[in-house]
Design a protein around this ligand. Structure first.
Ligand SMILES: [Zn+2]
Ligand SMILES: [Zn+2]
Length: 350
């Protein structure tokens, strides 16, 4: 390596900073120039000077924050090298949500890849993760413990379809995060042959409309009106996780409460949230996929940004890789809090 990785990317209170390119990645405070991996609000915040991101991430930020979300924007074409200061950067699909990207930074002969959030599981609503060979891989670790092994996704969706068949008089209220998870559940239901209209809470409407406008087939989606609720026995209704647990959900006929989240792997958590039908559907890599991805990149050095950093750092050591936890602050887990739809509070999660 000609250049040192820690000179290429430093840790600052606002987040990861590249001095030679003079930009931050997914900064948690307003900065002059931000490169943004994806639209979840703990990574994509309003108020930066200039924002570079994929077209879809820019669109999603506009939908969430309004047209004035940044001083200026620059579209990053997937796969194209772009010069930012003395750095060359490239956005590559991360498979997390629509528009999500890893950010590749090259300076001298040193290549770093910042994963942002990612998954390797199939997702009909976004482009799949593309591994990039690199010297330093900077990975998330939301589910970075060996206990987290996500089951096959089709089996989870089949559970929901089966439950609707079994209880045709009960409404099925599925808590799902507004950006990505809700649309993925809808697309997977369609793939499983479910063809009745799918109902959504108003908080999911704008992003769901956007996915459909981007050509993601979700079938017939109807917004729930207040007067509808009592009539929706047997229907599947998607809503923000918070709404699934409040009064709103209780107006449906004998509701079955479901929750689509990687955290549903933890039974105690499902019980504690009063979830009758836990669906282990995650937009983050599980333990096996984190480890496999690190190996695939061929990186000799791994930095772990947020989530369960320590177990993954330890595992890297057993593989002969240099690794360190960054313990980046300000990145919540939208899946855990899951209530961010109205107020975008998912960023507050620990
Ligand atoms: Zn995310
Ligand atoms: Zn994240």
């Amino acid at each position: 390596m000609a250049a040192r990785a820690t000179d290429i990317l430093n840790q600052t209170p606002a987040g990861l900073y590249c001095p030679l390119g003079d930009f931050h990645i997914d900064p948690v405070r307003p900065v002059p120039r931000a490169l943004i991996t994806h639209g979840h609000s703990d990574h994509a915040r309003a108020g930066h000077g200039a924002v570079m991101a994929t077209r879809q991430t820019l669109d999603i930020m506009r939908i969430r924050y309004g047209a004035e979300f940044a001083g200026g924007t620059q579209r990053a074409e997937l796969g194209d090298d772009q010069r930012v200061g003395e750095a060359t950067v490239r956005f590559v699909p991360a498979g997390h949500v629509l528009g999500s990207a890893q950010i590749v930074i090259e300076i001298g002969r040193c290549r770093l890849v910042v994963s942002g959030d990612y998954k390797r599981d199939e997702d009909p609503t976004c482009l799949p993760f593309e591994p990039v060979a690199c010297d330093v891989f900077i990975t998330e670790a939301t589910f970075g413990l060996p206990v987290f092994r996500h089951p096959p996704i089709r089996g989870e969706v089949a559970k929901l379809v089966r439950s609707v068949a079994l209880f045709p008089e009960r409404a099925h209220i599925v808590g799902a995060y507004a950006l990505g998870k809700a649309q993925r559940v809808m697309a997977l239901l369609r793939e499983a042959g479910y063809d009745a209209p799918i109902y959504i809470h108003g908080a999911l409407e704008k992003l769901t409309d956007y996915y459909q406008a981007e050509g993601i087939p979700l079938g017939e989606v109807r917004k729930v009106s207040v007067t509808d609720r009592a009539k929706l026995g047997g229907a599947i209704v998607l809503c923000p996780p918070s709404a699934a647990q409040d009064l709103w959900a209780r107006k449906f006929p004998d509701p079955v409460t479901a929750f689509a989240s990687g955290w549903m792997r933890v039974r105690a958590r499902a019980r504690q949230k009063g979830v009758e039908l836990p669906l282990v559907i995650s937009d983050h890599a599980d333990w096996d996929d984190l480890c496999a991805t690190i190996r695939e990149t061929g990186a000799e050095e791994v930095w772990v940004t947020h989530g369960q950093e320590d177990a993954l750092v330890h595992w890297c050591g057993t593989q002969g890789l240099r690794a360190r936890p960054l313990h980046l602050l300000g990145y919540g887990d939208e899946e855990e809090v899951g209530t961010g739809e109205a107020a975008d509070t998912e960023a507050d999660a620990a």
